[in-house]
Every structure is written in structure tokens, then in C-alpha cells.
Design a protein around this ligand. Structure first.
Ligand SMILES: Cc1ncc(COP(=O)(O)O)c(C=O)c1O
Length: 372
């Protein structure tokens, strides 16, 4: 509730409608609840979002990253270049394979990996680059792919926040060796929990199918060491319903963002830039705030505007990364990452916002003025 007794506009609102509920009930009644026909149909449907690439469904976005790295043969002795300005899952997936994380700085505009920083971070041990399409904005794939080709590196796209984003007409998840998506409830579309891996390589897709299911294609004829990272048919049925709504929701997010772009004028605030050729899908609408960010966020909260910082601590400063680096005397030079972590605030942009909500959000941000 705001200080003037209006409902708080939540930062995110997971969509679960009657169709999703009916789909879940239908699957439960069918008795086929794990890795069955719904999963296969969801994979086929999702493939249309990623230029027809093979799609392999798993139980989370983190599992998707982890298995894709494993399927590409990445492990101990390898280095993977990752942005520190992301959710910890991006780096965690690398560390879970036994490979080393090498952090590179981001571009200030797109919040994605800075190609020059990536080029400078390549060593003889580099096996892969992991661009993260943060907030729904595509990373600079036009510049990152040539670097990967030059050094013969795999490219693992973390598209967990960027369903249906694209750069110069190519959808995210269709650039690299493979891509990964999350279907966590607050994502642009969800399956309660879930993830999808995309790849153009049929062999990688087959390995992924083995890895998610104990290394088995045929029951008890285990071919490799795998895990259980299967998606349930219940999750897939929700995902299939959401897939039919994604295009409309994305347009609504983009329209909401366009309204905020046009109406936010506070001098202390920078609205999110969009790179040329980029189709931003606004998983988050993330502004930069100059001055006292904590005070600005408190004022927004008081006005009933949900707000959050993604992410206040860059990954390299989190304990599992910071402590071993300190021990090894390793430091990272990531000024844009540090600056972004100190300045960003995400505002509500989800498709359930109404015209009144958008007006309230813009007015509350504009009331920050110079934020001195
Ligand atoms: C950038 C990024 N990478 C990876 C993940 C992991 O996805 P999940 O939560 O489905 O495991 C998320 C989402 O939470 C994410 O935002």
C-alpha cells in the first residue's frame, strides 16, 4: 500500500490464468506426467521462437546452462568468459562443470558483455563465451560472434531473461553454439519452473537429451553419465499455454516501456537505451538513478511503485567467487559492472499494468527530480 492508501504496483506479476490451470488438470488426469507428449510438443512449439533450432526442455534455466556447457565438452582446465553483472546462475553453471569463470566487463548501454573486454580476456584456455541478454536486451552478438569465430570458441547464450528478443532480425538463442531460456514464474513466459536449451547441432541436442535423463535414450541402456533434469509434463503444459500468449505479452511490455520512455523526464534518471537493430523485450525496465539510490527507491516504495535492484552485488563480489580470487591474488577490472550495480533500479513493466499504473509510475519517478 502506498502512503496515500493506493495499492502497490508490484515489480512483477506471474501470470497463471484459467487456461494454465485447465492444462495442468488435463495432464494430471492423463497420468502421463513426466517427459511425455506435452514436453515434446512444448519443444516443438518453442523451436519457432529460435529459427527452428533443436530444443531440449529441462527443469530450470540453471540446468539448461549447466547441461549445455557439459554437452559442449566444457570442464576442468577450461575458462569461460562471463559477465559479472548477471544473476549468479550464469557463473554458477560454469563452476558446476569444473571450468573456471573469467569475468569481463559490460557495455554501459546494453548491459551485455563488452566485445573489447571479451577480446582482451581470451587466453589459450578459453573454451567459451557466455553472453547474457540481460533484462531482455540482446547482447552485442554481431561483435561477439566474430571474436568467438576468430578464437574458435563456443558461444553459450544465456537468454534466460530474453524470450523473443532479437538483434538485426536474428532471435536470441539462435546465434551461438547454443542458447538457454528460463521459465521461472516471473519471466516473460513461464512453466512454473523450467528451462529450454536451443542448438543448431543435432549431436549436441542428442547429448543434451541423454544428459537430462541419466544418460539414457532407451531405459536402462545408459550411454553416458547424466543427471535427472527432466521437465514434467505439467510444467510443459503450462509452458505451451504461455507460448501462445508470449507475442501479445511482449508487445504489451514494449508498449509499456515506450510509454515510460516518453514520460520519464526526471533529470536524475536515465531510461534504458536500446542498441541499433535490437528488439528489447523488457523482462525488466531498468533505469539508472544518479544521486542517492536508496533514498530514490524508498520514495518509489512510498508512492506504491514496486522496484528492485537486479543485481546489487556483481557476481565477482559474491563469496564463492570473491574468496577464491582473494586467495589467488586475482582481481577484476570491471568499472561499468560496478557502476551499473550501484545505479540500476528496475520498475514495473509487466503486461498486467494498466494506463493508470503507467501514469503513476512515471509521476513517481519524475517526482525524484534531481534526487539530490
Ligand atoms: C540471467 C539468468 N540466468 C540464469 C537464470 C536461471 O534460471 P532458473 O531460475 O530458471 O534456474 C536466470 C533466472 O533466474 C537468469 O535471470
Amino acid at each position: 500500500m502506498s502512503s496515500d492508501n493506493r495499492e502497490t504496483i508490484p515489480a512483477a506479476r506471474p501470470a497463471i490464468g484459467d487456461e494454465e490451470i485447465e492444462a495442468v488438470v488435463r495432464v494430471l488426469r492423463s497420468g502421463r506426467v513426466v517427459q511425455g507428449p506435452e514436453v515434446a510438443a512444448f519443444e516443438e512449439g518453442f523451436s519457432e521462437l529460435v529459427a527452428g533450432r533443436h530444443c531440449v526442455a529441462v527443469n530450470s534455466g540453471t540446468s539448461a546452462l549447466h547441461l549445455l556447457l557439459l554437452a559442449l565438452g566444457i570442464g576442468p582446465g577450461d575458462e569461460v568468459i562471463v559477465p559479472s553483472f548477471s544473476f549468479a546462475a550464469s557463473a554458477n553453471a560454469v563452476r558446476l562443470t569444473g571450468a573456471d569463470v573469467v569475468f569481463a566487463d559490460i557495455e554501459p548501454g546494453s548491459f551485455g558483455l563488452d566485445p573489447a573486454a571479451v577480446e582482451a580476456a581470451v587466453t589459450p584456455r578459453t573454451a567459451a563465451i557466455m553472453p547474457v541478454h540481460l533484462y531482455g536486451h540482446p547482447a552485442a552478438m554481431d561483435k561477439l560472434m566474430p571474436i568467438a569465430e576468430k578464437h574458435k570458441l563456443a558461444v553459450v547464450e544465456d537468454a534466460c531473461q530474453a524470450h523473443a528478443a532479437s538483434l538485426n532480425g536474428t532471435p536470441v538463442g539462435a546465434f551461438g553454439s547454443g542458447g538457454t531460456f528460463s521459465f521461472y514464474p516471473t519471466k516473460n513466459m513461464h512453466s512454473l519452473e523450467g528451462g529450454m536449451i536451443t542448438t543448431a547441432d543435432a549431436e549436441v541436442a542428442r547429448t543434451l537429451r541423454l544428459l537430462r535423463n541419466q544418460g539414457m535414450e532407451q531405459r536402462y541402456a545408459n550411454e553416458i553419465v547424466g543427471a535427472n533434469m527432466r521437465m514434467t509434463d505439467v510444467a510443459a503444459a503450462v509452458g505451451r499455454v504461455q507460448l501462445t500468449k508470449l507475442a501479445g505479452w511482449t508487445e504489451q511490455r514494449r508498449a509499456n516501456a515506450a510509454y515510460l520512455d516518453a514520460h520519464i523526464t526526471a533529470p536524475s534518471v536515465t531510461t534504458p537505451p536500446v542498441s541499433e537493430g535490437a528488439r528489447h523485450v523488457y523482462h525488466q525496465y531498468t533505469i539508472r538513478v544518479r544521486g542517492d539510490r536508496d533514498a530514490a527507491m524508498a520514495k518509489l516504495t512510498e508512492a506504491g511503485i514496486g522496484n528492485a535492484v537486479y543485481y546489487p552485488t556483481p557476481i565477482h563480489r559474491l563469496k564463492p567467487y570473491w574468496e577464491p580470487d582473494q586467495k589467488a591474488g586475482r582481481t577484476w577490472d570491471l568499472p561499468e559492472t560496478e557502476r551499473a550495480a550501484a545505479e540500476v533500479v528496475s520498475l514495473p513493466v509487466h503486461p498486467s499494468l494498466g494506463a493508470d499504473d503507467l501514469e503513476r509510475i512515471a509521476a513517481a519517478v519524475n517526482a525524484l527530480g534531481e534526487n539530490l
